[in-house]
Write a new protein. Structure first.
Length: 362
């Protein structure tokens, strides 16, 4: 399969609408509806759970179950405190970066719809008299253009409202996808494309395939933890993002040597089952898919960990997408890597044998 044939105009249109839609942690359902609508022609049925994880299922009656998984949620902020002057202080919902906040526009999600605001910041003229303060959680604030707390509340804004950035999808230099929330709605997109390719190429799998778009990864892998116990899979292949380490101020001795455009990143960690990873490496080599390797010490920090340690232990592996500027509004990935992750997961599924245990002792 040529990588040039994987993404089409319909794929890209879905990707753009899916990325542009806000799906903050705990509020993923609107994005999940878009995703399920796209996936519907390629699966037999759906499972959803109480907190919003969505699963497309192929061969739902098969006893042997394989999961491919990404997560649906994006980092965001909560309204935490409204001053008498009508300014808003925030707390994190996931790993939101305080340093990028000043002068960013924001969307506050209320029952009345979106309320616009900005993260204010003192003018440079007023900051040069003494040592400059850097942005931190205690001094960043949102201005809605209101004169007092009553005006803020009249707009429907209250403590607990969730806040996202409006930054939208764009393509740089023909092959770099840029948006907020590529971490990790790109994962949901890629596993949906795997389902599309299986359908379009008329591939019949001997097992049940569970295409899982989990919620609440950004606050501790919670959605994956819940759905793993629901599905009770036999195997899980997870896709998430990892750091491109080639831009300034990143220490490769700490973060590894990874570059977007050089291929999917295959993970090494105790949570990653060696025989399953070996199958994925062999798949990449046999299909001439470029790949990189990344060691992640005791935990991957992704939903891989939640699947691996569920249900008495599930053989799990991680295929990551190299990404620049994680947890900013300008997250960037290479189109070739996106297509190669899709192809690698697709080909790995065709290589997994029904009822394979991946046991070290056989």
């Amino acid at each position: 399969m040529s990588t040039k044939s994987i993404l089409n105009d319909t794929s890209i249109a879905f990707l753009e609408s899916y990325l542009n839609n806000a799906s903050p942690t705990g509020y993923e359902s609107e994005g999940q509806k878009l995703w399920m609508n796209y996936l519907k022609p390629y699966v037999d049925s759906f499972i959803t759970d109480t907190y919003g994880t969505a699963v497309g299922v192929i061969n739902p009656d098969a006893p042997y179950k394989v999961v491919i998984e990404g997560h649906a949620d994006e980092i965001s902020w909560y309204v935490n405190y409204i001053t008498e002057d009508g300014l808003i202080y925030v707390i994190r919902n996931g790993g939101s970066d305080h340093q990028i906040a000043p002068s960013k526009r924001v969307n506050i999600h209320t029952k009345n719809g979106i309320v616009k605001g900005v993260f204010g910041w003192p003018a440079i003229h007023t900051r040069l008299r003494d040592k400059e303060e850097i942005p931190k959680l205690s001094n960043i604030f949102i201005d809605l253009g209101c004169e007092n707390k009553e005006q803020v509340e009249a707009l429907g804004v209250h403590v607990g409202c969730v806040i996202t950035y409006p930054d939208e999808f764009m393509v740089l230099n023909e092959n770099k996808f840029v948006c907020r929330a590529i971490d990790n709605r790109m994962g949901g997109f890629m596993i949906a494309e795997v389902a599309r390719l299986l359908h379009e190429n008329n591939k019949k799998l001997p097992f049940g395939l569970y295409i899982v778009n989990s919620v609440q990864e950004e606050i501790g892998l919670r959605g994956a933890e819940m759905i793993a116990h629901r599905i009770k899979p036999n195997v899980a292949i997870v896709t998430d993002v990892c750091h491109d380490t080639t831009t300034p101020m990143i220490d490769k001795k700490v973060e590894g040597d990874l570059k977007m455009g050089k291929g999917p990143v295959i993970g090494y960690s105790p949570a990653i089952q060696n025989k399953l990873r070996d199958l994925i490496v062999a798949t990449a080599e046999e299909n001439k898919i470029p790949f990189q390797r990344h060691a992640t010490s005791r935990a991957t920090g992704t939903d891989t960990d939640a699947f691996a340690y569920s249900n008495g232990g599930v053989p799990s592996a991680l295929i990551s997408l190299p990404l620049r500027y994680m947890h900013t509004t300008v997250e960037m990935v290479h189109k070739d890597d996106v297509e190669n992750v899709i192809q690698l997961i697709y080909e790995a599924l065709l290589k997994i044998e029904n009822n394979e245990t991946f046991s070290y002792f056989k």
